[in-house]
Write a protein that binds this ligand. Structure first.
Ligand SMILES: [Zn+2]
Length: 366
């Protein structure tokens, strides 16, 4: 069977790594910017969307992060936060996403005086509205939030406490985001300790702008349950000669860290299109995701920043199929891995798998 764009669009999808401040609709940014008198580089939705992608294409993570100045600037009121969260859920549901973990850093939304708790409440209210709106359009979606602490701001202890205070009110996990290079995970060790002692899960952005050392810290010093990106684990693997099975296969030699990540099946939240913009790979065809996948790593497929990358879950999957030879079986296996490694309660994961993912893929084969 051929995997058409329509087939892929209809597949049930599970998304673990998507930034709320990286997924706004261009038209919404324009409307919100007008309300707060924020100057944008373009004032028509299509041109603005293109500007975001072009600016993020520059090749450095630092420059990529600059694009967030505009999205963050318009996300400073409870109304704006709720709207952005609502639209994100609606857009993901329309793309076939049945479970999503949306992440954002509450500390970035305090420029107009909101408390951290007001920020969290607004986002959760928006998500609830989004789920209801999606249901009215015939889409079932479950969504939770990951609260991120910005690595450079040193507020992780405070954000960890905030996350715990909201653990039964929509916050399902914790994360650190922002510049990885120069801000190793161990800087926030006490926050991770607090969360671990409270039996609360977290992922860590590691192995994107920095290499295996950062991944090692995230796992062995900080106890991350998943890795945001994590793709630079490839640097701890000596690949076999070209032409070997799966470009690596039987002749790959694993370093101790890569063995740990593979043997423990540490989930990797891989975001192919985002990595093209930050220079990790030149194309999806030669992105390390496929090598890692064929070597048996617990790869999941994610969007990171839909606005900056001009992407969606369907697009990420379609590029893996058309450029890297991924099959429907591959997509299903990666989706199941994402579902089972989400931070949702076990009974919710079971529901997502048995009521959505398995029947959805079965329907695609029918
Ligand atoms: Zn990210």
């Amino acid at each position: 069977m051929s995997l058409t764009r329509e087939t892929i669009a209809a597949l049930p999808k599970v998304l673990l790594h998507d930034h709320l401040d990286g997924g706004l609709r261009p038209a919404t940014i324009i409307e919100l910017a007008a309300q707060v008198d924020h100057q944008l580089p373009a004032t028509e939705p299509e041109a603005l969307g293109e500007w975001f992608v072009a600016a993020a294409d520059s090749g450095s993570l630092e420059r990529y992060l600059e694009t967030f100045e505009h999205t963050i600037a318009v996300m400073q009121t409870t109304d704006a936060l709720a709207r952005v969260a609502r639209e994100a859920v609606v857009d993901l549901a329309a793309d076939g996403v049945v479970y999503a973990e949306l992440r954002y850093a509450p500390e970035q939304h305090q420029r107009h005086g909101l408390t951290l708790q007001q920020v969290v409440d607004a986002v959760h209210a928006g998500i609830a509205e989004g789920k209801a709106e999606a249901a009215r359009a015939g889409h079932t979606i479950e969504a939770g939030t990951l609260l991120s602490a910005m690595r450079q701001n040193d507020r992780a202890d405070e954000i960890a406490e905030l996350t715990l205070a909201n653990r039964d009110r929509g916050a399902v996990g914790f994360d650190i985001a922002g510049p990885e290079d120069g801000f190793p995970p161990s800087r926030q060790r006490t926050a991770f300790q607090t969360l671990r002692e409270a039996n609360f899960p977290y992922t860590i952005h590691a192995g994107e702008a920095a290499g295996p050392e950062s991944i090692w810290e995230a796992l062995q010093l900080c106890g991350a349950l998943r890795l945001g990106h994590g793709v630079r684990i490839i640097e701890d693997i000596e690949l076999g000669p070209a032409g070997d099975a799966a470009g690596a296969g039987t002749q790959a030699t694993f370093g101790r860290l890569a063995s740990w990540v593979l043997d423990r099946q540490v989930p990797l939240e891989v975001c192919p299109c985002s990595n093209l913009q930050t220079g990790i790979a030149a194309s999806v065809a030669n992105h390390p995701i496929s090598t890692l996948w064929h070597l048996g790593f617990a790869v999941t497929i994610n969007t990171d920043n839909r606005l900056m990358s001009g992407t969606s879950m369907s697009r990420e999957m379609e590029l893996l199929v058309t450029e890297a030879g991924w099959t429907l079986d591959d997509l299903e296996e990666a989706t199941l891995l994402a579902a089972w490694n989400s931070f949702a309660p076990h009974h919710i994961k079971q529901q997502i798998v048995t009521r959505q993912v398995e029947p959805g893929f079965a329907a695609a084969r029918a």
